[in-house]
Design a protein around this ligand. Structure first.
Ligand code: BGC
Ligand code: CA
Length: 343
């Protein structure tokens, strides 16, 4: 008899749990209302800042099309600890979907645990978690672009520019002496861009001689610094600068300008991103070419995915790779087509 009572009690408990939320807290009484929490690694990053503006604009457009949306943006200013707290705060404020630009792409576990406990889907963007972490839960997505493609395009653009410009090999030794300005170590876009750009140049028959490289963490001022050191080591020998992004290509140019180099003595510069300043530098002929990192396309994909993840409808309109990844293609930008990219 006692056993039977116990069993009934357990069953009642189960029913109660099923009705009132199972494991984790029951959320979102009104699933049509979308509350987006956006967590950024560092909004002073130029490309990221531009991407987040696109994202805000995208959510505004969705709102005009009749979806009820509120957006809250948090900036971790480079601290993963701060970002973990911000995600907790966004969840406490009842966000029902998170867009997360990780500070440390190798350390998303705390955020994933928080989201899973509260059943809030996460769309990671721009800083890609490793595949293992993406498998931790089914409601994890990633929106970004393929680093390899951007490196290949940068290499092709550089090969084309060198072939066209008889002056690129300034010392006429049949080789292109070059330096690389690299993004953050550990970022999926840094090493891969560097390697695939150089490999592509070689595969196009360009003979390269790497003089050196400097890590400048995507940052213009740091790139100017690193470049000044490289110029000090190799005065007048550098014929090409491959930068992992536009901000660093511009920093390299700043270094030469500060030293009053004449135009004829400058190397050719290549960037990636097509930021506002990067595109203007292509128009001015300062940067030979860049590769467009499609922030508008990424913002659109994140917006649609956020709505679909909350409402459950519209997923079928999105093109996934491996069910959780959306990659937008890069595009080559030269002085011929640069104006098409200015908005
Ligand atoms: C961009 C960089 C940016 C970085 C931030 C990269 O995809 O090319 O400009 O600093 O993302 O995570
Ligand atoms: Ca040379």
């Amino acid at each position: 008899m006692k056993v039977k009572k116990c069993l009934i009690a357990v069953m009642l408990c189960g029913v109660f749990l099923l009705i009132f939320g199972g494991c984790g807290r029951q959320r979102q009484a009104d699933p049509e209302k979308i509350q987006v929490g956006v967590a950024c690694y560092n909004q002073s990053d130029i490309f990221l800042g531009e991407l987040v503006s696109c994202l805000k604009q995208q959510f505004e457009e969705l709102e005009h099309s009749g979806v009820e949306i509120t957006v809250m943006v948090r900036d971790a200013a480079g601290s993963q600890r701060a970002q973990d707290d911000q995600v907790q705060e966004l969840i406490d404020m009842n966000c029902n979907v998170l867009c997360v630009n990780l500070v440390d792409r190798a350390d998303p576990s705390e955020i994933i645990d928080l989201a899973r406990e509260n059943d809030v889907p996460i769309i990671f963007f721009n800083r890609e978690p490793v595949a293992e972490d993406m498998m931790q839960w089914e409601k994890l997505y990633y929106v970004g672009a393929k680093a390899q493609q951007s490196g290949e395009m940068q290499g092709e653009l550089a090969a084309e520019a060198i072939a066209k410009d008889g002056q690129a090999d300034r010392n006429r030794d049949g080789k292109i002496q070059y330096v690389v300005l690299e993004g953050e170590p550990g970022h999926q876009d840094a090493i891969i861009r560097t390697e695939s750009a150089a490999d592509t140049l070689k595969s196009k028959g360009v003979v390269l001689e790497k003089l050196g490289s400097g890590i400048a963490n995507w940052d213009r001022a740091q790139a100017q610094n690193r470049m000044q050191q490289l110029i000090g080591q190799y005065p007048n020998q550098i014929e090409m600068v491959l930068a992992n992004n536009d901000a660093m290509a511009l920093g390299a140019i700043d270094a030469y300008e500060k030293l009053n180099y004449t135009e004829a003595a400058l190397p050719v510069f290549f960037g990636i991103d097509g930021t506002q300043a990067g595109l203007e530098a292509v128009i001015d002929g300062k940067v030979a070419a860049t590769v467009y990192n499609d922030k508008e396309g990424q913002a659109r994909a994140i917006g649609k995915l956020a709505v679909a993840a909350v409402t459950g409808s519209g997923m079928e309109e999105l093109e996934f790779e491996n069910e959780k990844y959306i990659y937008l293609p890069y595009q080559k930008v030269t002085e011929e087509n640069v104006r098409e990219f200015l908005y």
